[in-house]
Design a protein around this ligand. Sequence first.
Ligand code: NAP
Length: 446
Amino acid sequence: MRALDYIVIGGGSGGLASALRAARHGARVALLEPNALGGTCVNLGCVPKKAMWYAAQTAHELQRAREYGFDIRSGVLDWSRFLARRQDYIERIQDSYRTRLKESGIEVIPARGQLVEPGRVDAQGRVLEAPHVLVATGGRPRRLTLPGFEKGMLSDDFFDLRSCPRSVAVVGGGYIGVELAGVLHALGARVDLYARSTLLSHYDEELGQALADSMRADGIGVHLHALVPGLRELDGGLVLDGIEHSMAAPYERVLWAIGRVPNSRCIGLENVPLSLDAEGHVQTDDWQNTSVRGVYAIGDVTGRDELTPVAIAAGRKLSDRLFGGQDDAHLEYANIPSVVFAHPPLGMVGLTEAQARQRHGDNVRVYRACFTPMQSALSDHPQRSLMKLVCSGKDDRVIGVHLFGPGSDEMLQGFAVAVKMGARKSDFDATVAIHPTSAEELVLMQ
Ligand code: NAP
């Protein structure tokens, strides 16, 4: 058997992408994954979450259909029937991975990997050797040592729910808190969300505010600057200590959505002391090199833009560099677009207004459009959309695009290309609008 060139520890989106690209360049690769292929994204994150978001969007559409005059009586989801559909979709992704790995000649070892020394990895008893080793072990939900913490569920547990709970308190105002609060509410739960600061604190402040207003208008209790010190049982349900509760308490379920931590402690750091940051993320340079020669890291374990496409792109670039003769290949981490699948969704690329003002001072101009999309204007509960362009310099270069409202998720990708290419406000102005759409507002701002 030919000696290995590359050992990939972790079969999530990033590890898989890097392994497949390395094999395409002719490298002999082993991939270690003790659990289901696809990692968090496919099994406990993006994919099942987006499936639930589609179901929730459908519930909103049914509501709107009634308001438009359609004679629709039941809008209740048969949760377990939909779960079977969701699972079927996930299994098709896993099958496709298995096929591609096999066709690429990658050896998949269903074992946990531990670094023994640089270039040597213990796969639960079998020692593998290769000049290059990738750590792509991802992350897991953060737990806190608060009284009653274990009575609540984590985002992983959300995907095990077999029916929609009657009432839920969501703790955390980040991506997961906002997204799952929206899904649960749309599918019939009474939901309160408690955030220790604001919603989506790293997003543009106006968007976080617009989202909070919209969630409240929808009937979700949004409680900002609410730190939850613990959890206890009351009257057969759960209540949050020290918090003034809305009508929904006691809750049938509490969901902790308070961030994620890296899976870095279980990879043999006692043998190969990679540099970690204070939160345990493996530190890397712009080429995904760790502090140890021949050991690289990508994805959530590094804590850099914890998004699936980032891990995939970084993993592919790394393999291009190591095995494809592209000596300087690396991911450019600036201007990475992201979307939050709330109802409606929101997204951003580039700098927020606050970041831009901090970096460029008075040299910043902000253009805004706040409007009611036509589809919503025709319903009983019209909701406002918000769009912002953050520009800087004499030529009004667009350095931030911020979208809140229906369709933002699909609109953003193309505008991210424009930002990446260095588009100016005048390029937006010179583009003829598509009417009537929400997207046209982006080229009509004054
Ligand atoms: P997150 O977006 O970082 O949000 C964490 C939330 O928990 C924030 O509201 C944070 O408050 C709060 N928090 C942190 N520590 C806390 C504590 N000790 N007590 C109370 N509240 C606390 O994390 P996440 O929602 O868990 O998502 C994890 C990562 O997955 C994200 O970074 C994101 O990149 C990725 N993700 C992406 C998507 C998507 O692309 N659509 C969807 C889901 C997840 P502060 O804001 O005040 O810090």
